[in-house]
Design a protein around this ligand. Structure first.
Ligand code: GLN
Length: 229
């Protein structure tokens, strides 16, 4: 399982979100605290963020471990955004190893990350031509990005078709965050200036709340709504 993170609120730098927190994605890439499947997340990483230049997000992905991305430490303090979605990857068995298999996946204004595993045979054939990779997460992303407003329904349907699937998803269009907890950990932190959703808390702030399994989260900087799936 990978680890992922989304922030929506006042602008924060990629350094503040990914690199500086004591247990942020950088640390989680080699020492996650709550990861039940896999031990390290060394099979690549990715981040997407929104800026003033155009409506579509910027995206930087790499097949290297996050800790080996030597130039990131100098760039990350200079990139700030009010909406960021990032992930570190532990590839599932048999999945491709190049950066096109790394989250976040993108379409138009949307970004999506998947923590987990799914049998690609249960996903509709119609999703394949839009998948960025043959990786299970990329095909799932193509299917879910066809209907972002139906995220909860689609995750529940895929989960019913593949009972062994783990389907923790983060999805954003830059204006709100949607997430599912389905088979793996998810936590939420509301602060004075925004909201964070993450596979596991990136620090020891007591305000972090665990999201129950089989839940859809709909979040804006001002509100967090949990819906049972
Ligand atoms: N199944 C996806 C992959 O192979 C995600 C794996 C994960 O969550 N660790 O990349």
């Amino acid at each position: 399982m990978c680890r992922h993170l989304a922030w929506l609120g006042a602008p924060r730098t990629l350094a503040q979100l990914l690199l500086e927190p004591e247990h942020g994605l950088l640390r989680q890439s080699w020492a996650p605290r709550r990861q039940a499947h896999g031990t390290v997340n060394a099979d690549g990483w990715g981040v997407g963020w929104y800026g003033p230049a155009r409506p579509e997000p910027a995206r930087w992905r790499s097949a290297r471990p996050l800790w080996a991305e030597a130039s990131l430490a100098s760039v990350a303090p200079h990139v700030a955004s009010g909406c960021v979605l990032a992930a570190v990857r532990s590839a599932s068995a048999g999945m491709p190893g190049d950066e096109s298999a790394c989250a976040p996946f993108a379409r138009g204004r949307a970004l999506l990350s998947h923590n987990g595993v799914v049998d690609r045979a249960v996903l509709p054939a119609a999703a394949w031509p839009r998948a960025e990779s043959v990786c299970d997460s990329a095909v799932l992303a193509a299917h879910l990005l066809d209907a972002p407003d139906a995220l909860g329904e689609r995750v529940a349907a895929v989960g019913a078709a593949d009972p062994g699937a783990r389907l923790n998803v983060l999805l954003t269009d830059g204006g709100r965050l949607l997430a599912t907890a389905w088979g793996d950990t998810l936590s939420v932190l509301q602060t004075a200036d925004g909201v964070a959703l993450a596979s596991e808390p990136f620090d020891d702030d007591p305000a972090w709340r665990d999201v129950p399994d089989r839940t859809l989260v709909t979040a804006t900087p001002a509100s967090v709504e949990l819906t049972a799936l």
